[in-house]
Structure formats: C-alpha cells, structure tokens
Design a protein around this ligand. Structure first.
Ligand SMILES: Nc1ncnc2c1ncn2[C@@H]1O[C@H](COP(=O)(O)OP(=O)(O)O)[C@@H](O)[C@H]1O
Ligand SMILES: [Mg+2]
Length: 451
C-alpha cells in the first residue's frame, strides 16, 4: 500500500500542508526544525491513532489552534481510500472513511505503517512499557481488533487497582486482625472486607480473562517476530552477533520460565495461571495498592549473544537492535498481509555508519513505499536517493525545480509562493505534480480493509 496524498490542517507546525506522494522512496530533506518529522508523524497517526513522539494529542495541534485535521489518500491494490481524522485534545477524535463518519477505531487497518525514529532507541534502553507498547502496537497493526482488547484490559487494570487502593483499610493484614470498636460509627470491617474480597474476585476473573487473551496474542506475535528480528539484525550489523527476543512474564516462576524459553501455553492455561499467580501476590497487592500480575507488568528481554541488550549493548548495537525490531515488524506485516506497510525512516541514516547505511538501503529498496527524512541529503545512500522523488522543505531548491513555497513559521512570504494550497510545504517532485483537488480524486474510492 502507499499514501498518495497527505493533507494537514493545523497539525504541529503546519497551518495547512498538501503533500503529494507516490510509491517508491520519497526523501524529505530539510534543516532541523523545518517540520520533516511532523509530516511523517501525521502519516503514523493516520495508521495508529497515536504519535510516536508524544502520549497526548495536545502537542499535535498547532499552537493556538483548536483542532488538527489529518487526511490521507491510501492506495491498496489499486483502490483508494480516504482516511480523515480530526484531533481535538481533551475530546474524542472524529474520523471519516471515504467521507462517511466512522468510529476512530474503524480507521485502523486502512493504512499500515512501520515507523522507525530516533525515539526507538528507548525500545532497547528504556522501560518495559516501551517494549510492551511496541508489541501491542504491532498486534493492532496486524489485526486491528486487538485495539479493543487492549483498551478493555487497560480499563480492567485501572479499576482493579482503584479497588485495591480503596479496599486497603479493610483488606490489609493489619485490618484483618482488627475488631470493630464498640460504639464506633464505622461499618463492620469484617463485612466490609468480605464485600471487598468478593468484588476483587470478580475483577480477578476479568483481568485473567482479558489478560490471558492479550498475553497469548503477544506470545504468538513474539514467536513469529523472533526469526525476522534475528535475520534483520544480522543483515543490518553484518552478522556481528545473534539478536534474540524472549518474553518476560509476571506469572508464577514455573510458567514464566516456560514462556521465557519460547513456549506458548494455551489461553485456558494462561487464564488459570493468571488467577493462581494473583492469589499468590494478593497480600502484596493489597499492601501496595497495585496489580502485580498480568500483561501490564511484563517485559520483553532483548539479548545480543549471551548478554542482555539493555545495560550492555553499545550505542551502535542498541541502535541496530531497535532498527532490527522495526524491520522485523515490517517483514512480519509484509508476509502476513501480503501487502507492504508504508515504511517510514525518520532521521535514521545520520546515525548509521556507511556500511550500515548501505545495508539498510538495500534491505528497504523494494518496499512499496518508503518515506525517508534527512537533514543532510548526503547521509542517504545514493542507491536510495537515486530512486527518490525529493520533497524539499523550506526555501531550498530541489534537484529539478525551484521550491514552490515555504513552511509555516519560515520567513515571511517572499513571493515564491503563488499557490496557496501548496504554501505550507513544498510539493515539488520529479514525477508527480497533479496536486489537484483532493475531493474529486477520492470520490469513488472504496475498499477499507475490514480485517
Ligand atoms: N503544536 C505545534 N504548534 C506549532 N509548532 C509546533 C508544534 N509542534 C511542533 N512544532 C514545531 O515544529 C518544529 C519541529 O518540527 P520537526 O518536524 O520535528 O522538525 P524536523 O524537520 O527537524 O524533523 C519545531 O520548530 C516546533 O517548534
Ligand atoms: Mg525530525
């Protein structure tokens, strides 16, 4: 699949941007701070309803504006679908597919992207939450229905944690030894405790039910991803060492050990294990007021040869590992869907040595659409750049034609920009330039992937 056109309204630094794109490699070149990442972030948002840079929507809306609009024309198997999102911080997003209103979640699956950015170093060096998010995002990219399961699981953990906190006065070990004070107005602690325990057991079942499904899905995913990762890391680093992934579960030790060794127990067994593991940590949970067992406490162990990557790998190795994870995700989705996700490489070439650059270029050259950003064009290997349409931001000239406009926030209009639909970002390209009315072009589109 590929994005044929991207339109932005009040997104990040762009008051308005119209960016025609095409299959193959497109390189966005521009100085730092010109808005290259903002553009690819918008593409990622259309695919995942989230940003790779921020956890909340507020920074995505242009400073001073109320809402942002991101629109993409996505072509898959010759059919075009128009995806449109309206982002209003603090309120639910609004979404449209081919101009018909839909629930935002229904947009998932229309556009699939794999986005690699400098922030991905956190996949290796950061907290477990980064790696859980990587897995769950990939799960959703693979099968959008997991978005609902994931949301439901988060809700259950929140509610169960709140219950643990509120029931603490009745359930803690100290409270259980206490007797009602004669004449005290307080309710009978014993009956309060019984009722809290009952409610807790209901939440235990919910957590185990949804949690075991999510866990099972993650384990299957990781099992499928592993071989691609080893291969991708090998290719990027030219066979320097063996990169592997293993799941670190918060379940009881025996099960956690089997899972770490790569076993994938059935959902029913995982369900029982979650329940049994919860029972074991009940007292601790009550004392601390947090849920200590379940997919939200898990991690993915990344290893290079014998050593964990986190804490041991060099900067370059960590970088290659993160890149390897994204490339593996790309290969997995490609194989799974029989269709290439859009590959976004944000600022990656500057970080790589010449050998790694060339190998990466060779690995991605056959992807249906690759969007590359770079501050220094020379960092992008000629083997890729040679095949690209170059979109240059700011007032810099492209290979063939002078720039047609300036981005928002750049110098005052100097007369270079006549066409106001293109005034926010240059859309100069070698083989495109039909930046005609969007509405006309997508009127007959159809074919959202229902999977
Ligand atoms: N919500 C926003 N409103 C206005 N400007 C923004 C907003 N978010 C980011 N910016 C601006 O966008 C620029 C960064 O753009 P970015 O795409 O990250 O640059 P780069 O080309 O280096 O990738 C910064 O100048 C920043 O101030
Ligand atoms: Mg950037």
């Amino acid at each position: 699949m590929f994005v044929r056109h991207l339109s932005l309204g009040d997104f990040r630094s762009y008051e308005r941007a119209e960016l025609p794109l095409g299959p193959g490699v497109t390189t966005l070149v521009g100085l730092n701070g010109q808005g290259k990442t903002n553009l690819v972030e918008a593409v990622g948002y259309l695919a995942s309803l989230s940003s790779h840079r921020v956890a909340t929507d507020a920074p995505l809306v242009r400073f001073g504006a109320e809402r942002a609009v991101v629109r993409g024309a996505v072509v898959r198997d010759g059919r075009e679908t128009m995806v449109e999102l309206e982002i209003t911080p603090g309120r639910a997003n609004r979404a449209r597919l081919n101009r018909s209103p839909v629930r935002p979640r229904e947009v998932l699956g229309t556009l699939r992207t794999v986005l690699f950015a400098p922030e991905d170093l956190a996949l290796v060096k950061g907290d477990p939450g980064e790696r859980r998010r990587f897995l769950d995002d990939l799960l959703v990219a693979r099968q959008p229905r997991w978005a609902g399961v994931r949301q439901e699981y988060d809700r259950i953990v929140k509610q169960r944690s709140a219950l643990l906190k509120s029931a603490q006065p009745y359930l803690s070990r100290r409270a259980r030894g206490r007797r009602p004070r004669p004449g005290a107005e307080a309710l009978d602690p014993a009956s309060e405790a019984a009722s809290a325990l009952h409610t807790l057991s209901v939440w235990d079942q919910q957590l185990a039910g949804v949690g075991s499904q999510l866990l099972y899905a993650r384990l299957r995913l990781l099992r499928d991803l592993g071989p691609y990762l080893t291969k991708a890391y090998d290719e990027v680093s030219n066979g320097q060492s063996d990169a592997r992934v293993a799941y670190r579960s918060s379940l009881r030790e025996a099960t956690a050990g089997r899972i770490a060794a790569g076993e994938v127990p059935e959902v029913a067994e995982l369900h029982e294990e979650v329940v049994a593991s919860l029972a074991e940590v009940r007292d601790q949970e009550v004392e601390r007021g947090v849920c200590l067992v379940g997919p939200h406490r898990d991690d993915v162990l990344l290893t290079l040869g014998e050593l964990p990557a986190k804490g041991y790998a060099s900067h370059g190795e960590s970088w290659s590992f993160a890149l390897g994870l994204r490339l593996a995700a790309f290969q997995l989705l490609r194989t799974d869907l029989g269709d290439d996700p859009v590959l976004v490489l944000d600022d990656v070439f500057a970080e790589l040595d010449a050998g790694r650059r060339e190998r990466l270029a060779a690995m991605v050259a056959d992807a249906e659409q690759v969007l590359v950003t770079a501050a220094v064009p020379a960092d992008v290997p000629a083997s890729l750049a040679g095949a690209t349409r170059r979109v240059t931001l700011g007032t810099v000239e492209t290979d063939e034609e002078p720039a047609a406009g300036v981005p928002a926030g750049a110098a005052e209009d100097d007369g270079a920009s006549e066409d106001d639909t293109a005034s926010e970002v240059d859309t100069v390209s070698e083989d495109d330039g039909d930046g005609v009315d969007e509405g006309e072009q997508v009127a007959e589109a159809d074919g959202a992937d229902p999977s």
